[in-house]
Design a protein around this ligand. Structure first.
Ligand SMILES: CC(C)(COP(=O)(O)OP(=O)(O)OC[C@H]1O[C@@H](n2cnc3c(N)ncnc32)[C@H](O)[C@@H]1OP(=O)(O)O)[C@@H](O)C(=O)NCCC(=O)NCCS
Length: 220
């Protein structure tokens, strides 16, 4: 009695595999075919969103429109959209001039997996280099975001891993970032990646001076 297995290849293609063996299981015959019986096309990509492929690359000037869009999406998720003042133009100036103040990584999906609004840029990480007077070079991850329909497929982990790779390559000893106290899914994600809560374990609080207080402080 042949046994039928479903095989999902690394590029997301799905094939039916028929397995036949004799009583002693000394010989095994594998027949791989498409559901319609034709031989498989190993290079085809799947149209099933669950089998999605994605790629990462360094952000460039042309990405600023999508970065600005996703910054707003992230802020909306955090219920803090009214705090977003940075525009596409600010990003273009601050990230892609001679002395960039931040760097970015973009996660992209192929055209066949674009969102219903037509987006192929579906996640990003923003980071910059900083310094710890205790342990030296450090990297600060300002944002990590994956669009809702692409979450849980390894994109966030791949983005953060890339930031970690760049950090180590630049001689950094720390990857720092903040997360809102109610954002349990993201906190759990970070904990699952081996990060720890520096507020809970070391008592650090994230402090800020802005607006009039900043102006005032500068005039003393
Ligand atoms: C947080 C976020 C970037 C994670 O990205 P993602 O693509 O959904 O996560 P991944 O699919 O890469 O998850 C990879 C790993 O994290 C784990 N993970 C993801 N979410 C998790 C959760 N809520 N609890 C526990 N583990 C979780 C996965 O199980 C997986 O572990 P494994 O590699 O051991 O199997 C994404 O969910 C997101 O954009 N959230 C909304 C915005 C946000 O909160 N950003 C962070 C602001 S600080």
């Amino acid at each position: 009695m042949p046994l039928t297995l479903t095989v999902i290849t690394a590029n997301g293609s799905k094939f039916e595999v028929e397995v036949e063996c004799d009583d002693t299981v000394e010989s095994l015959k594998l027949r791989i075919k498409e559901k319609d019986g034709t031989p498989p096309d190993w290079n085809k990509t799947s149209s099933n969103p669950l089998d999605m492929a994605f790629s990462l690359r360094t952000a460039n000037l042309d990405d600023c429109k999508d970065i600005a869009r996703m910054i707003l999406e992230l802020a909306e998720y955090e219920n803090l959209a009214e705090h977003v003042k940075v525009t596409q133009k600010d990003l273009e100036q601050d990230g892609f001039s001679n002395n960039p103040l931040f760097h970015g990584i973009i996660a992209e999906v192929p055209e066949q997996h674009k969102t219903k609004e037509g987006h192929t840029k579906i996640g990003y990480a923003l980071y910059f280099y900083s310094y710890s007077s205790w342990s030296g070079r450090a990297i600060y991850m300002e944002d990590l975001y994956v669009m809702p329909e692409f979450r849980g497929k390894g994109v966030g982990k791949a983005l953060m891993s890339k930031v970690a790779q760049l950090a180590l390559a630049a001689g950094c000893h720390q990857l720092n970032f903040t997360v809102l106290d109610w954002n349990k899914p993201s906190m759990d994600f970070y904990l699952s990646q081996g990060c720890f809560d520096a507020t809970a374990t070391m008592g650090y609080h994230c402090m800020r001076c802005e607006g009039e207080a900043l102006e005032h402080l500068a005039q003393l």
